[in-house]
Design a protein around this ligand. Structure first.
Ligand code: SF4
Length: 360
């Protein structure tokens, strides 16, 4: 039988965290701005992916004021590759509010912070508990899985579980060290109470775990079937001398405001050549004359995988430049924030650019 979680739960978890936590850059600071940025970067993104971005970010935007005063394109460029670009836009907007209304210091009041762009219940709790030690519980995927196992809850790990989990967290929350406690639960989920093959033998709270006591830790939570959809798309590389044509996505919607090469999804029953001609006509109002296959790029998003077939295209006439359409060379293209798939295409173009020049 597992013991009911008691006053002993938090000290056991905190002692383990003190000894075993990963040495991550955002754990070496109490600066609310740095904690805020790291928490936004870590949403939907792995710790390893964030580490490189974190240091670069503070070289470019060392203070809330520097971030607030920067142009949005520079902010999106610094974020390029982290995905979910709304997080970067909201960070930028929220920094402007913090400078304008709070003297450049992130407020402590949860209701005020919750009203800032990009803050939901989770990010408000995580940032304020870590930066200011406010006693706010948080539930992310790791915490949800750990709590479901501790309580031996049935079902999938989804937000339907959160009312019960929230009540449970209140009973084990320590009077001090709120930020460390929240991070310790997440760290336990990441390192020990892993979604597959939890390392129960190393677990500091094993004696409180009902799933372990019943031998059910491998089947709680109930596994979800994840469907990865395949999406096929065609991309047109249109060049004029040493310049390439790029266009900006609409200001709203998926990957809003980022820059990319023309192209789009291949429709059912449509070949690549027809899709290319249609996309170019619809997007640029020009006709496709020739299309030479260059290479393929694959990019994974959370729910789908995109296979981008890239073609060197000639059009009649050449598309025109304006605010949202540009001709740029491979050096200046790096100033434009792009989705990861398009950035991969740029890297491939850099490799073959000399060959293409000699062919054109
Ligand atoms: Fe997770 Fe195992 Fe610890 Fe239970 S005993 S909380 S299943 S690691």
């Amino acid at each position: 039988m597992a013991c009911a979680p008691s006053k002993l739960f938090a000290p056991a978890l905190l002692a383990w965290y003190d000894k075993h936590k990963r040495n991550l850059p955002w754990r070496r600071t109490k600066d609310p701005y740095k904690i805020w940025v790291s928490e936004m970067m870590l949403q939907q993104t792995t710790v390893n992916a964030v580490i490189g971005y974190y240091d670069r970010w503070f070289q470019m935007f060392p203070t809330v004021g520097a971030l607030a005063g920067a142009g949005v394109e520079k902010v999106l460029k610094a974020w390029q590759g982290l995905g979910y670009y709304a997080r970067a836009r909201n960070l930028h907007k929220a920094a402007q509010v913090v400078v304008r209304e709070h003297h450049g210091v992130l407020p402590r009041d949860p209701a005020v912070v919750r009203a800032l762009p990009g803050f939901g219940p989770y990010s408000t709790g995580s940032v304020l508990s870590i930066a200011y030690d406010l006693p706010l519980t948080i539930i992310d995927a790791n915490v949800r899985r750990v709590a479901m196992r501790l309580l031996a809850l049935q079902g999938h790990a989804d937000t339907k579980q959160d009312r019960k989990i929230g009540g449970f967290l209140q009973t084990i929350f320590p009077p001090k060290h709120a930020g460390d406690f929240n991070q310790a639960l997440m760290e336990l989920g990441a390192l020990v109470c892993r979604s597959k093959e939890p390392l129960c033998i190393l677990c500091p709270v094993i004696k409180f775990c009902r799933a372990f006591a019943r031998g059910r830790q491998e089947i709680i939570p109930k596994p979800k079937q994840r469907m990865i959809k395949d999406v096929a798309a065609v991309i047109a590389i249109i060049r004029k001398g040493n310049k390439f044509f790029i266009q900006q996505r609409p200001a709203k919607g998926l990957l809003a405001g980022l820059w990319e090469f023309p192209g789009g999804k291949i429709r059912a029953g449509e070949g690549r050549a027809r899709a290319l001609a249609r996309e170019i006509r619809e997007e640029l109002n020009v006709s496709l004359k020739t299309a030479d296959y260059l290479f393929q790029v694959t990019h994974f998003y959370t729910q789908f995988k995109v296979n981008l077939s890239v073609f060197l295209c000639a059009t009649a006439p050449l598309p025109k430049a304006d605010e949202a359409h540009k001709w740029v060379n491979l050096k200046s293209i790096h100033q434009y924030p792009m989705p990861s798939g398009s950035a991969k295409i740029v890297r491939e173009l850099e490799k073959i650019n000399g060959i293409m020049v000699s062919r054109c």
